[in-house]
Design a protein around this ligand. Structure first.
Ligand code: GDP
Ligand code: MG
Length: 438
């Protein structure tokens, strides 16, 4: 699926390699290749235009983040926009829930119902299914046969013509299970009574999730189908089936965007275990042929997230060894302190010399030493008597001098931070880091 896209993207990205500025012609080339590939894969035209405009505008207008090459910058934007297109990927909770399956006939609902039952069963949950398809001959038999193989109770009645009745009576019969999956009928095209029926089933079942099953081979009509189902029952996840085939898949992708939800699972074969959780990051990285793409995008974000030390408490003068530890930990991910500080808009703030002269190697030494301290010591460095310093040095395989050097560094840092506070300037480290990481 979308393999053409992968190849043309790779070619397009090559054009940006080694450049030092984002050049308009190169970006336009890239966007053109991207459009061609997406359209050939059956992605909806409007979506293609939105995506390519966003990529063009962002690539040309967003400031090139410090330390990032042009190619990485554009790649990151392409990646982020593709993730947006496919949705964030939907969480699957492992608790009690009722899942309603929606989709056209032949899309793979019944097969996927059984696959899902298997999935939750493997996660240790009690599962039961209801066959709400009273239209297709043999529907109950198909589902109950699949379920019998995996010992899952299947409620249904091949003689009953009222699907609502089956669901209404089936729910209490499954009161002992945690996950209930309701299979429904779908016909060749969207008919009004089918839509009415699924609205009613949804109301009776008070479904936790309404997942739309879409065949990867469904082309441009996929968007329209998705929109109708979404209007009726508010779809909150999409399952794309038959991804093992030769389908281009772009139609299904467009459908995802129509429901404003994400892809939950991918069906990749006819057997009951051919169901995969969808991971948009991995999927797009593979598409772009770059394994480390996610890492690239996350690098900056991670260091922001992990800087969870209390900046405000710190600014009030409460700065313990524990704070310093966390700080070193998060700064360490971003590179040498001196380099980072030089990127932060500190204004005319003067830091004492020694504060910045800490190498990455030293930072990790300090962290090892702090690992040998107790919680109480980290919170209150005043406890660090010389016998404790001895103990810590011993535990960390360091010399007592090194421990004292660390303490000296801590004091310098603390004093420096007090100085910043005294200077009255606004000091929002989180914000600064965000700015720095673009
Ligand atoms: P429903 O009408 O929506 O219930 O669709 P079914 O579950 O009956 O599936 C229709 C056909 O598609 C069956 O022959 C299934 O075996 C097949 N099918 C469903 N999911 C997949 C899949 O992920 N891969 C492949 N290769 N076939 C699938
Ligand atoms: Mg079916």
């Amino acid at each position: 699926m979308l393999d053409k896209l992968g190849n043309s993207l790779k070619d397009a990205m090559k054009k940006l390699a080694g450049r030092s500025v984002v050049d308009r012609a190169a970006v336009e080339d890239l966007v053109k290749d991207l459009q061609r590939a997406l359209l050939q894969s059956d992605v909806n035209v409007k979506l293609v235009m939105n995506l390519s405009n966003a990529i063009k505008t962002r690539s040309l207008e967003e400031e090139l983040p410090k330390g990032m090459a042009v190619r990485e910058h554009v790649l990151r934007i392409v990646y982020q926009e593709l993730v947006k297109l496919m949705g964030k990927g939907t969480d699957v909770t492992l608790g009690s829930q009722t899942i309603l399956m929606a989709g056209l006939q032949g899309s793979g609902k019944t097969t996927t119902t059984a696959k899902l039952a298997r999935y939750f069963q493997r996660k240790g949950l009690r599962v039961g299914v209801i066959c709400g398809d009273t239209f297709r001959p043999g529907a109950y038999e198909q589902l109950s046969t699949l379920c019998a193989k995996i010992n899952i109770p299947c409620i249904g009645n091949p003689k009953e013509t009222d699907a609502l009745k089956i669901v209404r009576e089936g729910l209490p019969a499954l009161s002992h299970v945690e996950v209930i999956i309701i299979d429904t009928q779908g016909r060749h095209a969207l008919e009004n009574d089918l839509i009415k029926e699924i609205i009613d089933i949804n109301a009776i079942a008070k479904a936790t999730h309404r997942w739309l099953v879409i065949d990867a081979a469904l082309g441009q009509q996929a968007s329209e189908q998705a929109r109708r189902f979404h209007e009726a029952i508010s779809i909150d996840g999409v399952i794309i089936t038959k991804m093992d085939g030769t389908a281009k898949g772009g139609g299904a992708l467009s459908a995802v965007s129509e429901t404003q939800s994400g892809i939950v699972f991918i069906g990749s074969g006819e057997t009951i275990d051919d169901l995969e959780r969808f991971d948009p990051d991995g999927f797009i990285s593979r598409l772009l042929g770059m394994g480390d793409l996610k890492a690239l995008v996350e690098k900056a974000e991670e260091s922001i997230a992990s800087s969870d030390f209390d900046v405000n408490a710190m600014m009030r003068g409460k700065f313990t060894l524990r704070d310093m530890y966390k700080q070193l930990e998060s700064l360490n991910k971003m590179g040498p302190l001196k380099q980072i500080m030089s990127m932060l808009p500190m204004g005319n703030m003067q830091l004492p010399e020694g504060v910045l002269d800490v190498t990455t190697v030293k930072m990790s030494r300090y962290r090892i030493i702090m690992d040998s301290m107790t919680g109480a010591e980290l919170d209150d460095p005043a406890l660090l008597s010389s016998s404790r310093v001895q103990r810590i040095a011993h535990g960390a395989g360091a010399s007592p001098e090194e421990v004292r050097e660390l303490l000296k560094y801590y004091k310098t840092m603390k004093r420096a931070l007090k100085g910043v506070r005294g200077g009255g300037g606004k000091f929002d480290l989180q914000r600064m880091m965000k700015r720095f990481s673009g």
